[in-house]
Design a protein around this ligand. Structure first.
Ligand SMILES: C[S@@+](CC[C@H](N)C(=O)[O-])C[C@H]1O[C@@H](n2cnc3c(N)ncnc32)[C@H](O)[C@@H]1O
Length: 247
């Protein structure tokens, strides 16, 4: 296997390669055909892994659902816990993915069914730069917006999915998350980390939008959200999403 293929392949192969390259005499091994420059390059990767940098940022890609996405330090690494929501969103016609980050959710929906109209939006221009690249060749609208501020035609959407930042206690996060993932994607604000989510609910009510809102939250936060119609569990059985129907 060539190095480029390995870097493009899954994490396990990369870790195996790094382990192998940092063995005493990698040239002798016949498993990989590696030259000196490549060895240096992989040793650099090893250093980054050693500093707890997530593999996804090192190889600049992450998997979500069955798709590959470009990610970098300006986008959250899409989490496996989020994936189950695709099942719930697949029957809507016009979806706004608010706080889209890399675009993993909205783009997966679109790729699964090209008939669904998808809009991606985020407050971070740097995240949208990556989302735009991931959405290349797909008919997807992209809007830079602080919550709903620049979403003028909200009534075209029958569904809003929002995985906004909801972390209450930044210091409780794993070291690699605190050090490498963008703060703007993590910290929710307010007493329970729900400030952004509450602001979104208020904006929706002010604009009298009718439709279904799906929110991703931390399981402990569910009790603090007054308005909720359904609770949806993630694949680990934890209460992860709230569905609110606005009539
Ligand atoms: C937890 S990440 C989720 C990213 C992506 N949806 C995912 O599931 O991988 C939250 C995202 O919300 C964005 N964000 C933070 N504050 C926002 C705001 N006021 N309006 C819109 N987006 C916001 C961040 O830039 C970040 O991309």
């Amino acid at each position: 296997m060539k190095i480029e293929d390995i870097l493009r392949s899954n994490n396990q192969d990369l870790i195996r390669l790094v382990k192998y390259v940092t063995k005493k005499d990698p040239y002798k091994n016949t498993e990989y055909n590696i030259n000196k420059n490549e060895i240096q390059r992989i040793k650099k990767l090893k250093k980054r892994i050693g500093k707890n940098e997530p593999i996804e940022y090192i190889i600049k890609k992450a998997y979500f659902s069955k798709y590959e996405f470009l990610v970098n330090k300006n986008t959250l690494i899409p989490r496996v816990e989020t994936q189950i929501i695709l099942e719930y969103l697949k029957n809507y016609k016009n979806i706004l993915d608010l706080g889209c980050g890399s675009g993993a959710v909205g783009i997966s929906i679109k790729r699964n069914n090209l008939k669904i109209n998808v809009t991606l939006s985020d407050i971070s221009e740097k995240a949208l730069y990556i989302a735009r690249k991931n959405a290349q060749n797909l008919d997807i609208k992209i809007i830079k917006s602080d919550l709903l501020k620049n979403i003028k035609n909200i009534n075209i959407y029958d569904c809003i999915f929002a995985n906004l930042p909801y972390i209450k206690d930044f210091d409780s996060l794993p070291y690699s998350v605190r050090l490498y993932e963008p703060k703007i994607a993590l910290i929710g604000g307010g007493k329970h980390g729900l400030e952004k989510i509450e602001n979104l609910i208020n904006q929706i009510e002010e604009r009298k939008w009718k439709g279904d809102l799906y929110l991703e939250v931390d399981p402990f936060q569910i009790k603090y959200i007054k308005k909720k119609n359904f609770i949806i569990k993630d694949q680990y059985g934890k209460n992860r999403f709230i569905k609110i129907i606005f009539k």
